[in-house]
Ligand binder design. Structure first.
Ligand SMILES: Cc1cc2nc3c(=O)[nH]c(=O)nc-3n(C[C@H](O)[C@H](O)[C@H](O)COP(=O)(O)OP(=O)(O)OC[C@H]3O[C@@H](n4cnc5c(N)ncnc54)[C@H](O)[C@@H]3O)c2cc1C
Ligand code: SF4
Length: 340
């Protein structure tokens, strides 16, 4: 049996109190929300925080409010996000991403904020302590070398959050609060392409809210590659959001990728390539090729890397055809093995 290491536990009820405790404890403290990522990691000694500051009881982190867009509290469970009518109706890509995270039980515990701050993953890292010790550990924790790219100075563990690419494509922002103030960042800017230092969040900052801009005129979609339909982390996530003008041409478009780098990222040229054009099969194939060229899957997750790269353009096509209004239900069922 894998046991948790010892830690001090705080359960504040106010955001200011949580921020104050986090700042006071310093970098040895970590936040815990649903614990579905952090607790298994602690059992494997990936993280051994001296103190945990729980967000579970903090007031105000579970709100959903409508303004011109939508504000989602970081403490909302993924199930709450999936069951929100506003998310389902206006931000289909986010709904589809959240609905494909893990299993129902994990979505009932796991939060939106925790999903955004999810640790990066790697076959050489997501193992128990003894397994990792047997290979003399690796750069991400307790060791010196990267077993995936032995000459690399940087850990190339993979960003495996499903909701982040969807939120990036939707142009969402996150609010970060600390004892010394607050700031807002585009979700895309929350991430660094570094498997160890993968967040631009400072250790004393709490992600409190995700703010989505108005969805008027926009349609969105998220497609995920994973081995098992029941549950699995993404080895590729493609999120597309497109604003169609009244004449049927693309006014604005954003395509984001997950599972193919240490961060989820926006493929900026994709939007430029589609702007002013109709979503024809030709335009979709062209942008699919461009997006695939930006995907750099590494040999540290499930499935063969060259194949994972080769399917990117098909996944882009699925996402854009769904946005275009094609009936993708049978393709979706074949790939996601669930109706979304
Ligand atoms: C079997 C299994 C399958 C899974 N499959 C998937 C999957 O397919 N896709 C996927 O995306 N995830 C998956 N997960 C990971 C996890 O369940 C989800 O990402 C979940 O949303 C994490 O949220 P949490 O609240 O449990 O995070 P926690 O475990 O509580 O925290 C995760 C990290 O985020 C930090 N954190 C939490 N909340 C905040 C906040 N508000 N501000 C700043 N930092 C914060 C914590 O300090 C920690 O570093 C899976 C997990 C398991 C065990
Ligand atoms: S990418 Fe390299 S350093 Fe990072 S977790 Fe994997 S083996 Fe370790």
């Amino acid at each position: 049996m894998m046991r948790l290491p010892w830690f001090r536990h705080y359960a504040p009820r106010l955001l200011a109190e949580a921020a104050r405790i986090l700042a006071g404890e310093g970098p040895q403290a970590m936040l815990i929300a649903g614990g579905t990522d952090l607790l298994p990691n602690m059992k494997r000694r990936h993280q051994t925080p001296a103190a945990l500051v729980s967000l579970a009881r903090v007031e105000g982190l579970k709100n959903i409010s409508n303004g011109s867009g939508l504000a989602l509290g970081a403490g909302l469970t993924l199930s709450a996000v999936v069951h929100s009518a506003a998310v389902r109706e206006k931000y289909a890509g986010l709904y589809q991403a959240a609905a494909q995270v893990a299993t129902t039980h994990l979505r009932n515990m796991g939060t939106l904020g925790g999903n955004l701050c999810l640790d990066t993953r790697c076959n050489y890292y997501n193992q128990n302590y003894e397994w990792r010790k047997a290979i003399d550990f690796c750069m991400k924790k307790d060791g010196e070398i990267c077993w995936v790219a032995t000459g690399s100075k940087r850990c190339v563990a993979v960003s495996s959050t499903d909701t982040a690419p969807a939120l990036i494509s939707l142009g969402a922002m996150v609010r970060l609060v600390s004892a010394s103030g607050e700031r807002e960042l585009a979700v895309a800017d929350l991430y660094r392409n570094d498997g160890i230092d993968y967040l631009a969040r400072k250790p004393d900052e709490i992600v409190t809210e995700v703010r989505l801009p108005s969805a008027a005129g926009w349609k969105s979609s998220y497609w995920k590659l994973r081995r098992r339909g029941a549950f699995d982390f993404p080895v590729l996530g493609v999120a597309a959001a497109v604003k169609i003008a009244s004449d049927g041409t693309v006014e604005q478009a954003r395509i984001a990728l997950g599972g193919v780098a240490s961060r989820p990222f926006l493929v900026d040229k994709a939007g430029e390539l589609l702007a002013g054009r109709r979503l024809t099969d030709e335009a979709i194939a062209e942008v699919g090729g461009l997006v695939a060229s930006r995907a750099k899957p590494m040999d540290n997750t499930d499935m063969e890397i060259y194949w994972r790269k080769s399917v990117v353009s098909s996944f882009v096509a699925h996402a854009l055809k769904e946005v275009r209004g094609d009936d993708m239900r049978s393709t979706r069922l074949r790939i996601a093995r669930q109706e979304l």
